[in-house]
Design a binder for this molecule. Structure first.
Ligand code: FE2
Length: 349
């Protein structure tokens, strides 16, 4: 096999390419023989990109991922609308969010007790424009954050708030809430979702007219269970109300399109209006300090700057398989145009 880094300076991701046999079976044999060493490399560098192999179906993607980590799971209580891929047990569409939506960097389901240990992405259809899945070393982000930001978050922890409408009540114009709780959790049965929330220790409260509020309180920084390094491990700059306009500033700096300029301007105005009209804890999504107090906008900006400085952005190629150590390395999605089909599966403890 040939190995190199997409980004030499960040040493991320480590690329493994065939130098002869590029069959899926050849890759399976290689992983079976070198599983432990590959997992050690994932922990060290944060992600491995298997590129140039004939992984030409979601089923093969699932089988190869299971060789790296056999504990694949398919219970999903996250925030992104996802559909299960037919013919597989554990593969989902990575996100059904529209292409212009930014998905800022995050460690998957950092706010859940049952968070994924490893994440696997697969490129079934290359994006026509944009649509990269950048990765970022969140251990480095922790080290490079402003010391005040770091210590405030470490001391205070974070609280994620998710407010979902009852079925049929969601406003089409609310860009922050894309689905009602029945759509996001794929059931109309309140008892069924409550059972899931209890199982995974999610605090929930039913509101007026069948709306649902979920809260998650967590440490903002955790120790990596294997490498013992400290990791920035929270969704602050994904869900805090001030984050989207700042994220789009960076996206526009990169993509420089009329559309990204319009989105950046629109998000500035829309966010201000939304903040004025709705208290912080009633926003569709919001991230506060654990005691319920707001996070200063300059903290969000410092987090965004540190992440964008360390992010590694690279185009997808068909049949790419990207394996990520979710406990130390984040991922996200840049806006895209046209076709794109990226799939995901994950493992838990
Ligand atoms: Fe994600």
């Amino acid at each position: 096999m040939k190995t190199y880094f997409i980004d030499e300076q960040q040493q991320l991701p480590l690329v493994i390419e065939p130098d002869g046999d590029k069959s899926a079976q050849g890759l399976k044999d290689y992983i079976s023989k070198n599983q432990k060493e590959l997992v050690d490399k994932m922990y060290k560098h944060g992600a491995i990109l298997f590129r140039g192999f004939d992984i030409n179906s979601p089923k093969l993607f699932e089988e190869i991922s299971a060789l790296i980590d056999p504990n694949l799971k398919n219970d999903y209580l996250g925030t992104s609308p996802r559909d299960k891929v037919a013919g597989t047990d554990y593969v989902f569409s990575a996100s059904e969010l529209p292409g212009f939506y930014p998905i800022p960097q995050h460690c998957e389901m950092s706010y859940m007790k049952n968070k994924p240990i490893k994440l696997f992405f697969y490129c079934n259809v290359e994006p026509e424009y944009g649509g990269e899945t950048p990765v970022c070393n969140f251990r480095k982000v922790y080290n490079e954050l402003d010391s005040e930001v770091k210590s405030e978050f470490e001391k205070r922890g974070v609280k994620l708030i998710r407010n979902y409408s009852a079925p049929g009540k969601r406003s089409k114009f609310n860009l922050w809430e894309l689905k009602s709780w029945t759509d996001i959790f794929h059931t109309t049965d309140k008892e069924e979702v409550e059972k899931q929330f209890r199982k995974y220790q999610v605090d929930f409260a039913w509101k007026d007219k069948g709306d649902l509020c979920l809260t998650h309180i967590n440490d903002a920084v955790v120790e990596h269970p294997v490498t013992k390094e400290k990791v920035w491990f929270n969704h602050t700059q994904v869900f805090n109300i001030d984050a989207a306009p700042i994220e789009y500033e960076f996206i526009h700096q990169r993509q420089k399109r009329m559309k990204t300029l319009m989105m950046k301007l629109f998000l500035n105005v829309a966010t201000n209006l939304k903040k004025r009209g709705t208290p912080p804890e009633e926003q569709s999504m919001n991230m506060l300090f654990a005691d319920g107090t707001g996070i200063p906008e300059r903290y969000i900006r410092n987090i965004e700057e540190t992440i964008w400085k360390n992010m590694v952005i690279f185009p997808w190629k068909k049949n790419d398989l990207l394996a990520i150590d979710n406990l130390g390395t984040s991922h996200g999605r840049l806006p895209y145009e046209g076709k794109r089909q990226i799939m995901v599966c994950w493992s838990e403890e």
